[in-house]
Design a protein around this ligand. Structure first.
Ligand code: GLU
Length: 285
């Protein structure tokens, strides 16, 4: 017997390392509107693996701002800082398959040896530690040298073969299109950072699968990262959602809104007397 098609599940996944601004409001409102159009549900996920930069008061502010915008979500809210053990388990599956290796390079060594840049403009790691002997690896791990674990991208790509993913657009109900993933342009990405047993890429694919996400809606600036996400989905045996990339809100100089460029927070706008309706209008939703 065929199981009935499951209802669409979307998500909004902010990081509580600051206050939400109009760009976040756009992405959140967009995601809830897309869930409505698809007859599905939108979940909230708090992406707080970076326990140094993420703060509980910013989590509270996310709840407050989204409720103020009139958005609601099913409880409990997934919070990544509760799930480090789950990410570590996914990483050890990759390690057991010979796809992760320890890297002891410092940031300056990586910058000096970089062979180019990745799609985000970060130095492309030349794979120095990929060639380290097992004996040296063990010695350095036992010595307690600071270590991060990287994906052996050549081995991983060989294992995964040619990868595609599905994109819908310009609207979320449009016809699906197939895109080719190009994970080689990212090189040996870090999957377990020095200070934590995971990374953005690893956590996001594990969580999207665990939450049964069918449609990932996110800004166009994150489209290139899909290369890594579909590779990890294939290696970990996880389903690949449908992707949809929305436009970005830009400031007067054409830059993406961001706190570091002085974009006003939703809390500031509220204090200035803005209503949720005005936020919706400013975001064009
Ligand atoms: N947590 C990420 C951010 O706040 C977004 C995650 C995602 O859409 O995968 O930028």
């Amino acid at each position: 017997m065929n199981s009935p098609p499951s209802a669409p599940v979307l998500r909004f996944a902010p990081s509580p390392n600051g206050l939400l601004h109009l760009g976040h409001a756009y992405s959140a409102l967009y995601t809830w509107a897309a869930a409505d159009r698809l007859g599905g549900v939108a979940l909230l996920r708090i992406e707080d693996i970076d326990t140094e930069r993420c703060k509980p008061e910013f989590v509270d502010a996310i709840f407050r701002d989204l409720h103020w915008l009139g958005l609601d979500w099913p409880e409990p809210v997934m919070q990544q800082s509760d799930r480090f053990g789950i990410y570590a388990e996914a990483a050890s599956r990759l390690r057991d398959n010979g796809l992760l290796y320890p890297c002891f390079c410092s940031r300056s060594e990586i910058a000096a040896a970089a062979t180019g840049t990745d799609p985000d403009g970060a130095p492309l790691y030349p794979g120095t530690c990929r060639h380290m002997s097992n004996a040296e690896r063990i010695e350095r791990l036992e010595r307690g040298d600071p270590v991060q674990f990287r994906l052996d991208s050549e081995a991983a790509i060989l294992r995964a073969g040619m990868l595609t993913y599905t994109v819908v657009g310009p609207t979320v109900t449009d016809r699906p299109q197939v895109r080719y993933a190009r994970p080689e342009r990212w090189g040996d990405v870090v999957l377990q950072r020095k200070d934590m047993p995971t990374s953005y890429h690893l956590s996001v694919v594990v969580d999207d699968a665990d939450q049964g996400i069918t449609h990932v809606t996110r800004g166009r600036d994150m489209e290139a990262a899909t290369d890594i996400h579909v590779l990890l989905q294939m290696l970990l045996g996880l389903p690949s959602p449908i992707y949809h990339f929305h436009r970005l809100l830009l400031d007067d100089q054409g830059h993406k809104l961001s706190k570091s460029r002085g974009s006003k927070s939703l809390a500031d706008l509220r204090a200035d007397g803005w209503t949720p309706e005005e936020v919706r209008r400013a975001a064009g939703i």
